[in-house]
Design a protein around this ligand. Structure first.
Ligand code: AMP
Ligand code: MN
Ligand code: MN
Ligand code: MN
Length: 278
C-alpha cells in the first residue's frame, strides 16, 4: 500500500487536472489517492476518466483558525454531498473571493491592474494567495513567487489582507458530521514554538480531532519524529501526503514523502474505523 492523502488540483492552487493527478499517481506507484483542494471539492464532483487503477479517497483541506493562527485541516473519507460540509465550504469560498477583491483594491492602489480578469479565466473554485502570486509573476511585477509573498502577499506585504477562516473546532466538527476523518495538516509548517505546537496538538485532540499528518513533502526528520511521538502520546492516527501542487516543484511529486516509522505505522489512518475508499 502506497497512499498519497494530500495534493491539489487546478480547482484550488494546483496546476493540473484531477485526471492528470490520477495518472501521475499511478505512474508513481501510488495505490490510494486523496485530492485535497483548499476549501473546495470540485475534483470529487466531476467524474474522472483515468482512475480505475487507483483507489480514490475523498478529501478536502480546510483553512481554519486557532488562537489567531492559521491552521490547515485535512478532511478524509468525507461524504462530499453532506449539506453542512457544503455550506461551510461555500462560506470559505466567499471569504476567499472577498479577500481577493480586497487584495485587488490594494494592488490597484499600487498601480497594478488586472487581478480580477486573471482570476476569472481560471478553472479555480477557491482562490488563494498563490494565484495572486502567479498573477504578479506573469505580469512581470516580481521575479519569483517567494518575492511575491515577501513584497505583496505576506503579513508585511503591500497587498496583505488578513484571512477570515472558520474556527478549527467548527472545521473538525463539520468534517466529522460528513463522516470524515479530521487530520491536522503539516503541523511543522506553522510558525509555532515547540510548546505552542504541543498545545495545538493537545487541543486538537480535546476538540475530537482524529489524526496528524506526520510525513509530508518538506518535513524534516526531527520534526517527523516529534510528530510521531505526539500522535502516540495523544492516541491520534497518523497520515501522510506529498502536498503536491505542480510538476515543477519536483521535491513534492505525488507519492513523495519520507517513510513513516514501523512503530507509528500500526496507527496509520487506514486503520481508522471511518476509513473507506470511494
Ligand atoms: P491562502 O490560503 O490564500 O493564504 O494561500 C496559501 C497558499 O499559498 C498555500 O497553500 C501555498 O500553496 C501558497 N503559499 C503560501 N506561502 C507561500 C510562499 N512563501 N511561496 C509560495 N507559495 C506560498
Ligand atoms: Mn496550496
Ligand atoms: Mn496546507
Ligand atoms: Mn495542501
Amino acid at each position: 500500500m502506497k497512499p498519497d492523502l494530500h495534493c491539489h488540483s487546478y480547482y484550488s492552487d494546483g496546476a493540473h487536472s484531477p485526471d492528470f493527478l490520477c495518472r501521475r499517481a499511478i505512474e508513481n506507484g501510488v495505490t490510494h489517492l486523496a485530492i485535497t483542494d483548499h476549501d473546495c471539492i470540485e475534483a470529487l464532483i466531476k467524474p474522472m476518466d483515468d482512475c480505475y487503477e487507483i483507489q480514490i479517497i475523498t478529501g478536502v483541506e480546510i483553512s481554519c483558525e486557532w488562537e489567531t493562527q492559521e491552521i490547515h485541516l485535512v478532511g478524509l473519507c468525507i461524504e462530499h454531498e453532506n449539506s453542512q460540509l457544503i455550506s461551510l465550504l461555500k462560506q470559505q469560498q466567499r471569504a476567499r473571493y472577498s479577500r481577493m477583491q480586497a487584495m485587488d483594491e490594494l494592488l490597484v492602489k499600487n498601480g497594478i491592474n488586472g487581478l480580477q480578469d486573471y482570476l476569472n479565466r481560471l478553472p479555480c473554485k477557491a482562490f488563494t494567495r498563490s494565484h495572486v502570486a502567479d498573477f504578479l509573476l506573469s505580469s512581470g511585477k516580481v521575479k519569483n513567487k517567494q518575492k511575491a509573498f515577501k513584497q505583496f502577499l505576506g503579513k508585511r506585504g503591500k497587498a496583505y489582507v488578513p484571512f477570515q477562516w472558520q474556527s478549527m473546532v467548527r472545521a473538525i466538527k463539520t468534517v466529522q458530521a460528513a463522516s470524515g476523518i479530521a487530520v491536522i495538516a503539516h503541523p511543522g509548517r506553522y510558525p509555532l514554538s515547540r510548546l505552542k505546537l504541543e498545545l495545538l496538538i493537545n487541543q486538537f485532540k480535546q476538540m475530537g480531532g482524529d489524526a496528524i499528518e506526520v510525513s509530508y513533502g518538506s518535513v524534516q526528520p526531527k520534526m517527523q519524529k516529534k510528530l510521531e511521538n505526539l500522535a502516540e502520546k495523544h492516541s491520534l492516527y497518523v497520515s501522510v501526503g506529498s502536498d503536491f501542487h505542480n510538476v515543477e516543484a519536483h521535491w513534492t511529486d505525488i507519492g513523495k514523502y519520507p517513510q513513516v516509522s514501523s512503530s507509528s505505522i500500526k496507527n496509520a489512518i487506514w486503520n481508522h474505523p471511518r476509513w473507506h475508499p470511494l
